[in-house]
Design a protein around this ligand. Structure first.
Ligand SMILES: *Cc1c(COP(=O)(O)O)cnc(C)c1O
Length: 399
């Protein structure tokens, strides 16, 4: 009897919703990760800024381990002793008084939309079912059916209808277009203060202040999606801080979980967040003790101002070096703190090809929208490692 036929090397059992670089990571420490063959790479993506404080930050790991031995999940049916301190400290960091805890970024966005609509009907007096929200072209707010309904990226949207109504898309960076789109049904303007997935797109300096003024004038909520731009990345706690704008609601996620657990939140004041009544909104995992324990530690680190200062200083290094490459392999660079979108000269190949060359040189980065490479290293990266990563990037511009 012949041996049973060996199964052919299996195709991946994963759904094909990603096209990752061909590297299999096994461990990580600080700005470095190591693959299954023991090869080390500098991580210049930091999980889309969810790992702002680096892989395995000792303070965050310690907080998580301590909480693992206490209690990890009780649901919001009961109180847990980590959640109220987390809410208090996060609210204080944001200069607000109320926090709605969720898990993923998309859930924070969905929650912000629900809160804005409920506020519109119950406080502003918009006729039931008529609420509209103004959003920007090129936005990225997540992947739920409602959120992709107001995306203008065909790959995010096409094939997933029917779409949720109630959104108006206006050009990003154009405050007059926001003003023109607002009418009596408008409950909110929802924006990224810097558009991350679009390629670190920085709006004109007066954009956010002008949107803030329109919102005030027409009694409309300003909702800042700081899920990627917030919590240190731009050299300030929030990207809105850079232009002295205070939104009505902050949407936070990614780095809030310290790269350990998904933690997101809507942060605002009781005049808006207070519209929610018991039973109207919730989440089984939202505000769980493990998430809250890690979140408290993240907030305490940010409360020192140290990550923000570091992102600012390293960001100056990043910008200065990238600007020397304009006309020498890159066509444009946009930066805010330790965050850059770099447009690759198409004659040198696609951004994906540049990322593949960088990977061969021991640096991991991610392309977006064909010709753009995004740099968002962990804020704990050393200046020498950052310079090294930029050496590798420069070499990767030569095919
Ligand atoms: C990543 C991101 C989201 C979605 O967060 P998930 O945790 O992936 O659901 C929303 N908004 C912005 C600006 C993001 O960068």
């Amino acid at each position: 009897m012949s041996a049973p036929a060996k199964e052919a090397p299996t195709a991946s059992a994963l759904a094909h919703n990603y096209h990752p670089l061909p590297v299999e990571i096994a461990t990580g420490e600080g700005a470095w990760v190591t693959d299954v063959d023991g090869r080390r790479y500098l991580d210049l993506l930091a999980a889309y800024s969810a790992v702002n404080f680096g892989h395995g930050h000792p303070r965050l790991i310690a907080a998580a381990k301590l909480q693992l031995d206490r209690v990890t999940l009780v649901s919001r049916a009961f109180h847990n002793d980590r959640l109220e301190p987390f809410a208090q400290e996060l609210a204080a960091l944001a200069g607000k008084r109320m926090v709605l805890p969720m898990n993923t970024g998309a859930e924070a966005v969905e929650s912000g939309i629900k809160v804005a609509r409920a506020w519109g009907y119950r406080v502003k007096g918009v006729p039931d079912g008529a609420a509209t929200i103004v959003v920007a072209s090129g936005n990225f707010h997540g992947r739920t059916t409602t959120i992709v309904s107001f995306s203008d990226d065909p790959s995010a949207r096409d094939g997933f209808g029917p779409y949720t109504p109630g959104f108006r898309i206006v050009p990003y960076g154009d405050a007059a277009a926001v003003e023109a789109a607002i009418d009596d049904t408008t409950v909110a303007v929802l924006l990224e203060p810097v558009q991350g997935e679009a390629g670190v797109v920085v709006p004109p300096e007066d954009y956010l202040p002008a949107v803030r003024r329109s919102c005030d004038e027409h009694r409309v909520l300003m909702i800042a999606d700081e899920i990627q731009s917030g919590l240190g990345r731009v050299g300030a706690t929030f990207a809105c801080d850079l232009v002295d704008v205070v939104p009505d609601l902050y949407l936070l996620g990614k780095a809030l979980g310290g790269g350990i657990v998904p933690v997101s939140a809507v942060v605002g004041n009781e005049d808006v967040l207070g519209v929610l009544r018991p039973g109207e909104h919730g989440s089984t995992f939202g505000g769980n003790p493990l998430a809250a324990a890690v979140g408290i530690e993240v907030v305490r680190m940010l409360a020192t101002g140290e990550p923000q200062r570091r992102a600012r200083e390293l960001g100056d290094v990043l910008r200065a070096r990238l600007e020397t490459l304009i006309g020498h392999g890159i066509t444009a660079v946009r930066t805010r703190g330790l965050w850059a979108g770099v447009d690759i000269d198409p004659t040198l190949g696609t951004a994906r090809e540049v990322c593949e060359r960088m990977m061969a040189g021991g640096v991991l980065a991610k392309d977006t929208h064909g010709q753009t490479v995004r740099f968002a290293p962990p804020i704990v990266i050393s200046e020498a490692d950052l310079q090294h990563a930029l050496d590798v990037f420069e070499a990767s511009l030569r095919p």
